[in-house]
Design a binder for this molecule. Structure first.
Ligand code: G3P
Length: 218
């Protein structure tokens, strides 16, 4: 299962990439707005591509299909690892078909139902991003659609990868794995929560204490 970092913050990306913890990056306009300041968005995407050798989702901000295709082509031209992120709307699906036909990878985002994921796959999406946490926020069981999408894609032979998104805690990541997601995108906080365990910390402290008692160097 691939792990992507859901951020546009270059320090966070550098840290996780240097540790070999991540397979790619996802961004969205909110994350870009937070990280960018007065920087240039395309240069920022370029910097992310220089830090991580894997799929880098860069989202369009046009709402019409023609505008999405134009922005998508320009984003894809920045680097071979760019995946053009498009909203699951009628225009987004139209843009997806066009960009897919040109060999450009796409990530269909803001997916909140299995039906939307089916339409994304039919449009040729490379990835579909179901937002688990935001469904939980409005009283649904967000994880349910990950399993349903897996079943539909298996039944009908769609190759679109399921990229579980809006994951808020380690349990979400575990459940997404068990439900058959191909990839999960996580904020840094959740990535390091996955890594840390109090028994690892206390076990290591005990090892170091016992070794110190020996009074020898290794
Ligand atoms: O990148 C999309 C998604 O992961 C957003 O998560 O926590 O804002 O719902 P969140």
């Amino acid at each position: 299962m691939k792990i992507f970092l859901d951020t546009a913050d270059l320090d966070e990306i550098r840290r996780a990439a240097d540790a070999g913890l991540i397979d790619g990056i996802t961004t969205n306009p909110s994350l870009m707005a937070k990280a960018l300041g007065d920087g240039d968005p395309r240069e920022h995407f370029q910097k992310i591509c220089d830090l991580v050798d894997g799929p880098i989702s860069a989202e369009v901000v046009a709402l019409d299909a023609e505008g999405m295709v134009t922005q998508g082509r320009e984003l894809a031209a920045l680097h071979e690892n760019i995946v053009v992120k498009l909203p699951i709307t009628e225009d987004g699906l139209r843009a997806c078909r066009t960009l897919t036909g040109e060999g450009i990878d796409t990530n269909l985002t803001l997916c909140f139902s299995t039906a939307q994921a089916l339409l994304a796959a039919k449009a040729g999406a490379t990835f579909v991003s179901p937002f688990v946490g935001r469904l939980d926020d409005v009283g649904h069981d967000g994880m349910e659609i990950i399993g349903e999408i897996r079943e539909v894609y298996e039944t009908y032979g769609y190759e679109t990868e399921i990229l579980a998104a809006s994951l808020r805690h380690p349990r979400h990541v575990l459940e997404a794995m068990l439900a058959g997601a191909d990839a999960a995108t996580l904020p840094s906080s959740v990535l390091y929560q996955l890594l840390r365990h109090p028994l690892t910390d206390s076990g290591l402290a005990r090892f170091m204490e016992d070794w110190k008692g020996l009074g020898k160097d290794l």
